[in-house]
Design a protein around this ligand. Structure first.
Ligand SMILES: O=C(O)C(=O)C[C@]1(C(=O)O)C=C[C@@H](O)C=C1
Length: 287
């Protein structure tokens, strides 16, 4: 048998798989419609386990792992499709956002970082000792926004600022690079409202994975299935719960887009915890 012969057979089998795949997606659509009516969860891990064990029992060991991976993948794709269809049927994502930045009369920041406020006049700035105080000033309406260094190219990310944003529902709406003595720093502006504008090309989120093998990789492959590029990822321990890690991720995405809303909807439903941490525009040349 020649390679050309084998390829002919592969093409034939692929056509059959394509036909069956299309049929399965119609069924996924049917499931989505029923679940939208009954407000049932899309992700059913128990049902997936049953399908996998029913199908893999009689498969030869030399291809069992590969076949299991294929079945899992088919169900991941089925879920992705269902999240998109469900959003279309419901016509909204349960996330509130404003479409315009606030007017800034006053901004708070911590004293050691005062120098980053290059553009603002000093009488607008309130300097405090901690990010918790920055949050208090925002919450009580004494300032419109806070500013801080989220990342320093030489020293890494600021866990403290990530934590304050996550724990207090604060949202980044601007991100600039500030250069100080040759050190590039990512400086963010944040407020207590999520703001999403047409020109935003970054979405920052935090999630906690379910505690089982493969859960991080399935979230990452889910993100890539939406054609979204991951521009930054790091993890940090959750100080409120031991041995529980938060993943902070920056995506090249805009929440006004339907497929990005479907991704967020899927992440909300398939992670242990999920929070949006901001939406902003970044100058691709600078980063
Ligand atoms: O059976 C369901 O409830 C479905 O949604 C279908 C399906 C599948 O594609 O087989 C998809 C998602 C669930 O996690 C389980 C199974």
């Amino acid at each position: 048998m020649t390679l050309a012969d084998v390829r002919k057979n592969i093409d034939r089998v692929d056509k059959e798989i394509k036909q069956l795949f299309k049929e399965r997606m119609v069924l996924a659509d049917n499931v989505a419609q029923v679940k939208a009516e009954t407000e049932d969860d899309i992700y059913k891990p128990d049902r997936e386990e049953t399908i996998i064990s029913n199908l893999t029992g009689d498969v030869d060991d030399n291809i069992k792992m590969e076949y299991t991976a294929l079945i899992k993948r088919i169900m991941e794709i089925s879920r992705k499709y269902q999240y998109g269809r469900t959003l279309e049927l419901r016509n909204c994502l349960d996330v509130e956002y404003d479409v315009k930045e606030p007017d800034i009369d006053a901004v708070a920041m911590i004293k050691p970082e005062l120098y980053i406020c290059q553009g603002c006049s000093r009488d607008k700035v309130i300097a405090v000792d901690s990010y918790d105080e920055v949050y208090e000033l925002i919450k009580t309406g004494k300032v419109d926004a806070g500013m801080g260094i989220l990342e320093d190219i030489s020293y890494g990310v600021s866990d403290a600022l990530h934590e304050v944003l996550t724990n207090n529902k604060l949202y980044i709406y601007r991100c600039n690079i500030v250069n100080e003595n040759g050190h590039n720093k990512k400086v963010v502006t944040f407020s207590d409202h999520l703001i999403v504008e047409e020109n935003h090309n970054r979405l920052k989120v935090m999630f906690v994975c379910k505690n089982k093998s493969g859960s991080l990789s399935s979230i990452l492959s889910m993100i890539s299935d939406y054609g979204v590029n991951l521009t930054e990822i790091h993890s940090a321990p959750n100080r409120q719960e031991h041995w529980n890690y938060r993943f902070y991720v920056e995506l090249s995405a805009n929440l006004l887009k339907k497929d990005i809303q479907a991704l967020v909807f899927q992440l909300m439903n398939e992670t242990e915890e999920f929070t949006i941490l901001g939406s902003y525009a970044c100058d691709e040349e600078q980063f």
